[in-house]
Design a binder for this molecule. Structure first.
Ligand code: BGC
Ligand code: CA
Length: 343
């Protein structure tokens, strides 16, 4: 009976193999696990959409299958660690990790190394000591300092062109509020610091009225800005937001307070998300800095492609220190907006 059962199984397997003589099963498949810190983050969901689109194009071009498994860490590092374990158990060929907690990379790198599965971090940068633990740990992202400098540059240009447009009380000092991303996120720290530094280095006197970490979120930025409007009213001449969602939250608050579009302070963001570009066109947002979601997705796919074919990734992507794929930021104002809007 047992032998018969074995025979049956073998026959079934043979039949299976025969049936797959067709393309379906012989198509090489790359399995990629993508772990996100928070799936509903506007910028992160844009990166994922680009990744899916590019993977589709690569499947067609190379006649392969790319299996992307997306997991939402929902803001919890322990949930994300379990998701990474599962990806490794499932036999993923590469994992992409958008860390919940930037300082938690070591554990993940060690697990990936033990399974010999390359790990590509993106958007939330691990410290370099962690990345150096293993040759096949990489980071794809954009340099936060540059975003800060460019954002500060938008305000500086406007100030230098016609300071009275911004300096409402005419005291020669820029009174501003700062809406920050999560505490500890490299982009929140660097954008905040370098935006203001750009102005002060150019000789513009600044005065911070208030700042708060509202974790990249539009709703929270809206609430905080309402409070600041009550406290400082017209005294707020500029709003620096570490990302566009928070800039849009500030605009929501101004509108809710009944301000006319012309009466709004000078508001700038970062990311160049589609809703932010619309708001820029409408005139209530004054500028943003494109965080290259498509470029980051392409960098990740380039690494995935090279690593799964046993190639040196430096041949596919521009690699710094054999670990980093850096995508440049770009200033977006009404002057060059058309180039960034989708047709
Ligand atoms: C983006 C933010 C996003 C954050 C998530 C930043 O680089 O500018 O919009 O919320 O990454 O980690
Ligand atoms: Ca002033």
């Amino acid at each position: 009976m047992k032998r018969f059962f074995c025979l049956l199984v073998s026959l079934a397997l043979l039949a299976g193999v025969a049936a797959c003589g067709s393309a379906a099963k012989t198509t090489p498949t790359i399995r990629v696990g993508v772990a996100l810190y928070q799936q509903d983050d506007t910028f992160i969901s844009t990166v994922v959409q680009h990744l899916q689109q590019l993977a589709l194009e690569e499947e067609q071009a190379r006649h392969i299958k790319i299996n992307l498994r997306i997991a939402d860490g929902r803001g919890s590092q322990s949930v994300q660690n379990e998701q990474v374990d599962r990806f490794l158990d499932l036999g993923c060929d590469v994992i992409c990790v958008n860390l919940v907690d930037r300082t938690a990379a070591a554990v993940i790198i060690d697990k990936a190394q033990a399974a010999n599965v390359p790990v590509i971090f993106f958007n939330r940068e691990p410290v370099v000591e962690d990345l150096r633990r293993w040759q096949h740990a990489y980071y794809v992202g954009s340099p936060g300092k540059q975003a800060g400098r460019l954002q500060g540059g938008i305000v500086l240009d406007a100030w230098q062109a016609e300071s009275s447009d911004i300096d409402r009380n005419g005291d020669g000092v820029l009174q501003y509020v700062m809406l920050e991303g999560e505490p500890g996120h490299q982009d929140a720290l660097l954008r905040t610091e370098y935006a203001i530094r750009t102005l002060t280095q150019a000789g513009v006197a600044t005065e911070k009225l208030a700042s708060d970490a509202v974790n990249w979120q539009r709703g929270k930025a809206n609430i905080r800005m309402r409070q600041w409007l009550q406290e400082f009213g017209d005294g707020i001449e500029a709003v620096f937001a570490n990302n566009d969602d928070m800039a849009l939250g500030a605009i929501d608050a101004c509108m809710a307070a009944g301000m006319s579009p012309e009466a709004l302070p000078f508001i700038v963001g970062v990311d160049a998300t589609p809703p932010a570009l619309e708001t820029l066109a409408d005139g209530t947002l004054q500028g943003t800095v494109r965080n290259d979601a498509a470029g980051q997705a392409a960098g990740m796919l380039g690494l995935i492609s090279a690593l799964t074919q046993g190639q040196d990734p430096a041949g596919t992507v521009e690699l710094t220190d054999r670990k980093y794929v850096w995508l440049e930021y770009t200033t977006v104002t009404r002057d060059n907006l058309a180039a960034f809007q989708q047709p």
